[in-house]
Design a protein around this ligand. Structure first.
Ligand SMILES: [Mg+2]
Length: 436
């Protein structure tokens, strides 16, 4: 934890204020002290559950507690989550299961129970929402919280509220979280990762530039493996190097991404915390460069758009019951077709196949200038895609989809392409996403 002078502190175990640089709490003796010069001023937090799926399984089966645990889809699958003991042996998320078991043969492999994780995730989220309405979920187990203006409500500053929250999650839910506290989203997210598990890290305004200086460019939101390689070719490896470059130069070289590099490298991030919008539908559409009429041209686009919709549903932890297909003909006539599913979905595969059924009926030689796919009747993801209602084949596809998602999370969106979209990404213009 970056620490300057230490006038403002809290014991994270007994929550007693501490005003000195003492290593242990004078009240309870705990070494888990939180102290930072800007502690009173910071209110933007990122909260992330530690090895979430694995922690839930350990909670529910104490025999697993001291054993390396891997959550994943069988021997042929990939690692979805590894507990911290398994991580010591070198097991990582998105690692092929056979490699993980080579690294840690004694690991216990547990099949993911998404319904359960979703339930626990919602429990943690509702505890967050009791602290502030400004909660922006990033996934099932992490969210940004803006606690500005809640000091009166809680009769406590943000840091204390968050330390109390972390303790409450341990006591009431039985899993642990890590907290990052800062003045902006970028550094709050970075901070929550610094001291995992059971971490609480603070990055203040004062130290932001010097902290970032030593960090690799990959720390910057949006800089994946591929873009880091591009930067590497230009000799740029650290954020410190970006700090010495002019904005114009960065934008000339890297376009809008250059603008982001300029600002984030200097710890400048104006993005606010946006609570989950009460969206009625989530959709994605694209206008073609040239009108398309053939199934074989439309299908890869539908696939790519379905994956986009699915990714956004998963990100927001919601699902939709009605799949909506939208087409615009070359003469600007709009066609929308929809189909209601038995239960809500957030899987790209189900959205795609439902959309495909609808699309088949419309493809009759008509030339289309636009294709869109989306879902409406949005609900919480908890009731989505129940395993017992999904047939064996699509269940396997759902598991495969989970594996693809974690690979993408790790290596970036372009890392994994399915057969339908492979090599077709140039067919359409940039896509437009919608939330209504
Ligand atoms: Mg997590």
């Amino acid at each position: 934890m970056p620490v300057n002078a230490l006038p403002h502190g809290i014991c994270r175990d007994c929550l007693t204020p501490a005003n000195t640089a003492s290593r242990r709490c004078r009240s309870c003796g705990s070494p888990r002290m939180l102290a930072h010069a800007e502690l009173d001023r910071l209110s933007l937090a990122h909260v992330d559950c530690d090895a979430f799926y694995a922690s839930v399984e350990k909670r529910d089966n104490p025999a697993l507690r001291d054993r390396p645990v891997i959550i994943g889809g069988g021997k042929r699958g990939v690692v979805s989550t590894a507990c911290y003991i398994a991580r010591i042996h070198g097991v990582r998320s998105a690692m092929p299961m056979f490699k993980a078991l080579e690294a840690c043969p004694e690991a216990v492999v547990v099949k993911p129970d998404m319904e359960k994780y979703s339930r626990v995730g919602r429990q943690v989220r509702s505890m967050m929402e009791a602290l502030t309405p400004m909660v922006e979920p990033l996934s099932i187990d992490e969210a940004f919280l803006d606690l500005a203006g809640t000091e009166k409500l809680h009769a406590a500053r943000a840091a204390l509220v968050l330390a109390r929250f972390a303790r409450q999650v341990e006591e009431e839910v039985g899993i642990t979280v890590s907290v990052g506290l800062s003045y902006c989203k970028f550094l709050a997210k970075v901070a929550s990762d610094l001291d995992k598990p059971r971490g609480f890290s603070v990055i203040g305004q004062e130290e932001a530039i010097s902290f970032l200086q030593k960090q690799p460019v990959t720390l910057i939101w949006g800089v994946g493996k591929a873009f880091a390689a591009t930067l590497g070719k230009d000799g740029i490896r650290t954020i410190g190097q970006l700090q010495t470059m002019e904005r114009n130069e960065l934008m000339r070289r890297y376009g809008t991404m250059g603008d982001r590099l300029y600002h984030l490298s200097r710890g400048m991030d104006e993005r606010g915390v946006k609570p989950r919008s009460e969206a009625k539908s989530v959709s994605s559409e694209t206008t073609f460069n040239t009108d398309l009429s053939r199934m074989e041209d439309l299908v890869p686009v539908l696939r790519a758009l379905s994956e986009r919709v699915s990714a956004r549903l998963k990100e927001a932890d919601i699902a939709g019951r009605t799949v909506v297909l939208k087409l615009k003909t070359a003469d600007f006539r709009l066609r929308t077709r929809n189909r209601q599913l038995g239960d809500p979905t957030r899987l790209a595969d189900r959205i795609f196949h439902t959309g495909l059924e609808l699309l088949k009926r419309e493809v009759d030689g008509t030339r289309f200038r636009l294709l869109g796919i989306g879902v409406s009747d949005l609900t919480d993801a908890g009731r989505a895609d129940p395993q017992d209602l999904v047939d064996g084949l699509s269940h396997k596809r759902a598991l495969a989809e989970g594996a693809i998602d974690s690979l993408r999370e790790k290596f970036g969106k372009q890392a994994v392409e399915t057969g339908y979209t492979f090599g077709r990404s140039k067919v359409a213009r940039p896509q437009r996403d919608g939330e209504d």
